[in-house]
Design a protein around this ligand. Sequence first.
Ligand code: SF4
Length: 281
Amino acid sequence: MREILVETIKNTIKDLFIDANKSLCREEETAILTAAQNEDSPLGKKVMKMIADNLFFAKNADLPICQDTGMAVVFIDIGQDVHITGGDLNNAINDGVAQAYTDGKLRASVVKDPVFDRSNTKNNTPAIVHTNIISGDKIKITAVPKGFGSENMSAIKMFNPSSSREEIIDFVCETVKDAGSNPCPPIFVGVGIGGTFDYAPYLAKKALARGINVKNPDENYKKLEDDILEKVNNVGIGPQGFGGKTTALGVNIEFYPTHIAGLPVAVNINCHVMRHKSAII
Ligand code: SF4
């Protein structure tokens, strides 16, 4: 049994959220730079250039890429041969988030209660935590500061089990069309297919956190990712809604077995600021 101190987890979370807010992973940065080169629409190209410049300035000035520094989403995969010591895991995660947003001077955007007391918690806690037990003696942590301009444009549909592949593609495209310029395009699209009503959106979020360079290992779903991306880029919304062929920079799908009577599909939209940073301890 390997012992890992909660202090180590807290410090890792803090560093990941600060880093994720100030620089994208190489794959998403490359997708933006490539799109800035390839966009045909003059206005779209100009916008892509501004988005690319903004990434560069944020990194060099040690500033957040966007004023919306997101709600803190944490994926934590815990090896079953790990013994977490020195305190409570959930407290450590939230302490790490709180330190990232206060010490890192990142905007706090979380309110105490969604309906009756929308006062700011002032340190961006509590985080949304997805815990998964895996084999081994390591912990993998992925920090995803999730912007809400794009989160608000996400959708779920409980399809009839006899629904076709094309109906799923149409649902994703309609969701993107309805979103228009609201999610700050070009977007990244996470799609969760299967499971239950609550599990499909989790899969969609997990798909976004996977990174755009990792395609689905299943050939059917990999092809579906490619076909959805092509169709979404034909809707013409373009960078920040100014038109062009770059509406989305990537589509990732995660799937899971489901019930014979159902076919849940969730679409989680992320803006061009697709922040995710991971560490293994
Ligand atoms: S959706 Fe993304 S780019 Fe738009 S304001 Fe939020 S974090 Fe920033």
